[in-house]
Design a protein around this ligand. Structure first.
Ligand SMILES: Nc1nc2c(ncn2[C@@H]2O[C@H](COP(=O)(O)OP(=O)(O)OP(=O)(O)O)[C@@H](O)[C@H]2O)c(=O)[nH]1
Ligand SMILES: [Mg+2]
Length: 366
């Protein structure tokens, strides 16, 4: 489950990728033609783990992770498909969510793709590009269906015709600039949609890569982005990629000191990762003990027995019950014994739907 980072040339995609994955991929002030996508993981910041660790004194803390893929601007697509498509289209299609980087920093030494800096314009352009790219995918599929219809059996014909109709509807929406994620489509279209892997159907995070000089306006910029773009399937964040990359390469104490002097509040980068996690429909349940305090990633809506399987298939098979306490309760009472006394430790069965921040101990007979 990866998040694909895309954007216009020189918008700071690789810089943000490095910042978030603490990586060292090459950035460039000239077109990075011939580059390959960079793949890396980011820790999902979670203060709850640090707090729980003060209760259990574990040997280590293990954070949840999100995978990012930094997609270089396609050398063959420049100007034609503003940053999308070409040889990397299939990489984007395989991603579960997309992260759009819009340049909002000045830096005269970095050539700009357009003749002015306008992150709102660029974000809109790129959203349109997602839709153009979907139209092209659908047209290719329609052509193939037309060919198949010539020799298909009646039963297959009915299915193909149904698919044609669905495609025609989606295309009509796209031509009216409605991304697939906002289109009202019949529920039984889900398997076909899954096959198409349309870019505008994926959850989207819009990131403004702001200038060093605008750090103190981060929240104002974000609020204005929220007004312009945000919805249940679009998240926004503003951050200075260059600065975050440099901070990410410091040791944690120096980084904290530096952030304090900047007075920049919660790093935009942390917010960006949290938003990524949420838009992917992911939540964390937590375990804590002498060995480790750990966040486990599950999809929203997973049951206790499915969650047990994330730790080990044996624990799933031998599932007896789950002892569950909400993080906020454990944080308040500070011990499991006290939690029992106050009756905030619950016993849950296989079908219990896990909640974000549940601290769990799975009892099993294996
Ligand atoms: N001043 C400033 N410069 C930045 C910032 N982010 C990126 N840059 C510079 O912009 C240039 C391009 O950054 P990259 O991260 O390589 O951009 P990219 O989008 O990956 O570029 P391509 O992959 O070639 O499309 C580099 O010289 C960066 O140092 C920023 O926040 N502030
Ligand atoms: Mg790059």
């Amino acid at each position: 489950m990866a998040i694909g980072i895309f954007g216009l040339p020189q918008s700071g995609k690789t810089t943000i990728f490095n910042a978030v994955t603490k990586g060292h991929a090459e950035t460039a002030s000239f077109k990075s033609s011939g580059a390959r996508p960079n793949v890396g993981v980011a820790k999902v910041p979670d203060f709850r783990l640090e707090d729980l660790a003060t209760i259990s004194n574990p040997k280590k803390i293990i954070y949840a992770e999100v995978e990012y893929i930094d997609i270089p601007t396609s050398p063959d697509g420049l100007g034609k498909t503003k940053g999308i498509g070409g040889e990397y289209l299939n990489v984007l299609q395989r991603c579960e969510a997309l992260l759009l980087v819009s340049r909002a920093f000045e830096n005269p030494s970095v050539p700009n793709f357009e003749d002015s800096i306008d992150p709102y314009r660029d974000a809109s352009t790129l959203q349109l590009e997602l839709m153009f790219s979907d139209l092209a995918i659908l047209e290719r599929r329609q052509e193939r269906i037309s060919n198949q219809l010539k020799s298909a059996k009646q039963a297959d014909k009915d299915l193909l015709n149904k698919e044609q109709l669905l495609i025609t509807n989606i295309k009509e929406g796209l031509e009216n600039e409605i991304p697939v994620r906002d289109q009202k489509l019949p529920e039984d279209a889900a398997p076909l949609l899954e096959n198409f892997q349309l870019l505008s159907s994926k959850p989207l995070i819009i990131v403004f890569n702001i200038d060093e000089n605008d750090i103190l306006q981060t929240h104002e910029i974000e609020n204005s982005m929220i007004n312009t773009f945000a919805s249940s399937t679009i998240g926004v964040a503003a951050l200075c990629g260059d600065l975050e990359m440099q901070l990410g390469q410091m040791n944690p104490e120096d980084e904290q000191d530096f952030r304090d002097t900047l007075d920049a509040g919660e790093p935009g980068l942390d917010r960006m990762v949290k938003i990524s996690y949420e838009l992917l429909g992911l939540i964390s349940f937590l375990t804590t003990g002498e060995d480790e305090t750990r966040a486990w990633t599950i999809r929203k809506g997973m049951t206790a027995v499915e969650a047990a399987g994330k730790i080990h298939s044996d624990i799933q098979r031998g599932f007896i019950r789950a002892e569950v306490i909400a993080y906020t309760d454990l944080s308040r009472v500070r011990s499991i014994a006290e939690a029992r006394k106050q009756a905030v430790l619950r016993s849950e069965g296989k079908t219990y739907v896990m909640q974000d921040g549940d601290v769990v101990n799975f009892l099993n007979n294996v």
